[in-house]
Design a protein around this ligand. Sequence first.
Ligand code: RP5
Ligand code: MG
Ligand code: MG
Length: 279
Amino acid sequence: SAPHVKSRCPQYPGSKINRFLVPDDKVGWSQNWPQYKPLSYTDPLVEKKPVWADPEIGSFSPKFNTVDGAVDRTSFEGSYKMEKQKPLNPRGRTGVTGRGLLGRWGPNHAADPIVTRWKVDAKGEKTLHSVSKRPVLQFVSIKRKDCGEWAVPGGMVDAGEQVSITLQREFSEEALNSLVITPAEKAKISDRISKLFKSPGFQVYKGYVDDRRNTDNAWIETVAVNFHDDSGNSVSELPLQAGDDAGEVQWVDVDSSFPLYASHSHFLELVAKERKAHW
Ligand code: RP5
Ligand code: MG
Ligand code: MG
């Protein structure tokens, strides 16, 4: 796979920390590089030990490369190496050590629900793209509050939580504002949401995410699943409302030229290929 890029963004997000500059040919750990002297950074929020974060290494020794109680510390990328009691990013150097904004040492598991429908015209006919001549998919996209980029409404898997639950919960929180709407409003939409998320969905991707929060010792991995409303009369009719870490929400045309957060564009490419849609 191509070397991670966003995981080497010059400034670590939410900080004044500059990453040690890592050229493409020095990303892999197999490249000996004695001059590599990255700074260590852990966000003050993480140091306050919220429920979703691990303590400092030393005061505690988690079981890496295994399911450690309620926390899954296995990686989709295979067994990760350790250096001085700390896990090493399986995709190589990032220019910063510590955990940054991430709670877990090693893999931080997320889930990405990709909810799609076909783009239709006023008559309800599928819209064909003028260049590719293929039908155009639309997906529910949120604008992240932290960076202003459009993204899939994904989020972290809570300790002990099943991924299928995370997918539905994060979609509900970020795209339907479930944490704020009234019980009556919730009841109205819950049938359609449960039905959609109970359908098997198409597993698009499982593995490392090239996220700007990644460090040498902590990184995000995800399971991205596509739930498709083929007839357009299920979720397509739901009232979208941004919530939690989402500032805006809307149906966005699936197209290669639309920039998206982290590796999300790659996930949508896989969805478009699977559904024989425009990309
Ligand atoms: C991305 O960050 C994942 O693909 C997922 O969409 C997201 C999880 O982080 P939060 O949205 O909880 O910040 O790398
Ligand atoms: Mg969330
Ligand atoms: Mg999120």
